[in-house]
Structures are given as structure tokens and as C-alpha cells.
Design a protein around this ligand. Structure first.
Ligand code: C2E
Ligand code: CA
Ligand code: CA
Ligand code: CA
Length: 276
């Protein structure tokens, strides 16, 4: 803003103040969002590349904010993490995902459901017990629940994370590494943690067909996952060419707008019934 003189600074201050006000209102509103039932889960299907069958759903959180309409998680999850609200929200998300599982099971089109876990939820020492308790009280088979964690969770706080993931694994719950390739860690954690699934981040898939170096990276990540007995998913598939490349590279599962956008509960039920 330097070259803009006094007015430039003024404008900048104003924007900062507005941003701070907006954050404060979001914070206020987030506090009542749970009790006012403003959260909603959307579900995105994952398909097996070779068979084209839907093999899983990912639950993605949305906030129906009365002032702003539908708010995407990137706008409020960081805030919920900072304020600790993420723990109550995470509990709600799992509850809603498990109830959705009961619905699709009753409809005869059950597939496992993945939920996202924030590393900030791990401040709860009893999180694993709570998740297992939730899964049992919903009569959900443990292997029908997938917990997605990011690489950063595996890197910070190694000891606690290891115990946490082992508890889930012993209960039969699946663990997936989300956004794989975006962390800056060594790969040693891959062998150290009980992880069954690996999700290659969308950034590696974008412009895949024009970029031979990206293709080499993706191919290496797929082979790495397979060498460790993991099932490999590629995220953010938007074109048929991307899908064909991934198929040729031996990727197991894809997720992305090419297959379907995330859908509200009623729409995903319709989707599952139509294809089954
Ligand atoms: P994520 O776990 O990596 O989820 C995938 C994101 O990519 C979703 O964004 C999804 O809508 C989007 N996506 C899927 N296919 C495509 C595609 O083909 N192209 C593009 N451009 N995008 C695609 P969404 O729903 O906005 O979620 C963003 C992030 O918010 C998630 O990234 C996850 O980290 C976080 N999140 C979502 N729900 C929850 C939740 O319940 N709890 C926690 N802790 N985090 C959540
Ligand atoms: Ca995810
Ligand atoms: Ca991801
Ligand atoms: Ca992400």
C-alpha cells in the first residue's frame, strides 16, 4: 500500500477493521450454530476406477448461516479450531454421518462413510474412546467408518497420535491420510502409523495431462501407497483425461466433480439408489 500515500493506508486500515469485524461476527454466530441446527453434511461419492462402482462417501460440512447463506468449511473450520468449538462440531459431524449411514443401510445401498478429523480435536485425550463409543451406539460396523487425518497430525505430537490411531485401528476403524503430498515431512511416518488409505491431494492432479513431472510424482505416490499395502485415492478429478491417466497409473479410487459434486443427504440417497 506504500505508493498509495495517506489514502492507501486509510483504505488498508479500513479493510483490516472490516475483516476483524467480520471474524468477530462469524465467531459469535458460530457459537450458536450447533444449537440452532445450522450445520449440514454434504456427501461426495468415491468410485473404484476399474469397476466404476461407488465404494465410499466423504462427509463434508456446510454451515447454513442466516446472514451469509451456505458457508464453506475453509471459512469457519480454522475459526472453530482456534476457539475449541471444533470438538463439539466434530462430534456432531460424526453423529450426523453415522445417522446417514443408518439411512443408506436401511435403503440397501450402504457404503463406508469418511469423516474429516481436525488435529485440534486431538486435544481431547479421550477422543478415540468417544469415536468408538459413537460408532458402537449407532450400530455401525467399524470398517464402515473412515477417519481422514492430514499429514500434519502425524508429524506433530507423534506419541499421542500413535496411541490415538492405534486405538481406532484396534477397534477396526479405517484411517486415511488426507491431502497426501502437501506436508513437508519425511516419509518415515508412513511406515510408523497404522494407515490403510492414502488420498493424493488435488494439487497433484490439476493439469496432470500437460505436466509430465506431475505424472511422475503421482505415479510414484501410487506405487508408494501400494508398496505399503494402502488403497490409493486421487482427489479433485475434474476431467475424463485425468481419470484415464490415473487408471493407467494403477490408482484405485477417484473422487471429484467429474463423478459428482458433494450432495445434500436426500440427493446422495437418490444418487446411490439410481446406480445400485
Ligand atoms: P478435503 O477433506 O480435502 O475435502 C475435499 C474438498 O475438495 C471439498 O471441499 C470438496 O468439495 C472439494 N472437491 C471435491 N472434488 C473436487 C473437484 O473435482 N474439484 C475441486 N476444485 N474441488 C473438489 P470442501 O467441502 O469445501 O471442504 C474443504 C475442506 O474443509 C476439506 O478438505 C476438509 O479439510 C475441511 N472439512 C470439510 N468438512 C469437515 C469436517 O466435517 N471436519 C473438519 N475438521 N474439516 C472438514
Ligand atoms: Ca478429506
Ligand atoms: Ca483432501
Ligand atoms: Ca484439503
Amino acid at each position: 500500500a506504500k505508493g498509495n500515500g495517506r489514502n492507501g493506508y486509510c483504505l488498508f486500515d479500513q479493510q483490516m477493521a472490516e475483516e476483524a469485524r467480520e471474524q468477530a461476527s462469524l465467531h459469535q454466530e458460530l457459537h450458536t450454530a450447533l444449537e440452532e441446527e445450522q450445520f449440514e453434511l454434504y456427501f461426495q461419492p468415491l468410485i473404484h476406477l476399474r469397476t466404476g462402482m461407488v465404494c465410499q462417501l466423504e462427509a463434508l460440512l456446510r454451515w447454513n448461516n442466516p446472514r451469509l447463506g451456505l458457508v464453506a468449511p475453509d471459512r469457519f473450520i480454522p475459526l472453530a479450531e482456534k476457539t475449541g468449538l471444533i470438538r463439539a462440531i466434530g462430534h456432531w459431524v460424526r453423529d450426523a454421518a453415522m445417522r446417514q449411514y443408518q439411512h443408506i443401510e436401511a435403503l440397501g445401498c450402504a457404503v463406508p462413510i469418511a469423516v474429516n478429523l481436525s488435529s485440534a480435536e486431538l486435544y481431547d485425550d479421550h477422543l478415540a474412546e468417544r469415536i468408538i463409543e459413537q460408532q458402537r451406539s449407532h450400530d455401525m460396523p467399524p470398517q464402515a467408518l473412515v477417519v481422514e487425518v492430514t499429514e500434519s497430525l502425524l508429524i506433530d505430537n507423534k506419541q499421542d497420535t500413535q496411541a490415538f490411531l492405534q486405538q481406532l485401528q484396534q477397534a477396526g476403524i479405517c484411517i486415511a491420510i488426507d491431502d497426501f503430498g502437501t506436508g513437508y515431512s519425511s516419509l518415515s511416518y508412513l511406515a510408523a502409523f497404522p494407515v490403510q488409505k492414502l488420498k493424493i491431494d488435488r494439487s497433484f492432479v490439476q493439469q496432470l495431462q500437460q505436466d509430465a513431472r506431475k505424472q511422475a510424482l503421482v505415479s510414484t505416490m501410487i506405487d508408494l501407497g501400494h508398496a505399503l499395502d494402502m488403497e490409493v485415492t486421487a482427489e479433485g478429478i475434474e476431467t475424463e483425461q485425468e481419470k484415464q491417466l490415473l487408471l493407467a497409473q494403477g490408482c484405485d479410487i477417484i473422487q471429484g466433480y467429474l463423478i459428482s459434486h458433494p450432495l445434500p443427504a436426500a440427493a446422495i440417497e437418490e444418487y446411490l439408489l439410481q446406480i445400485s
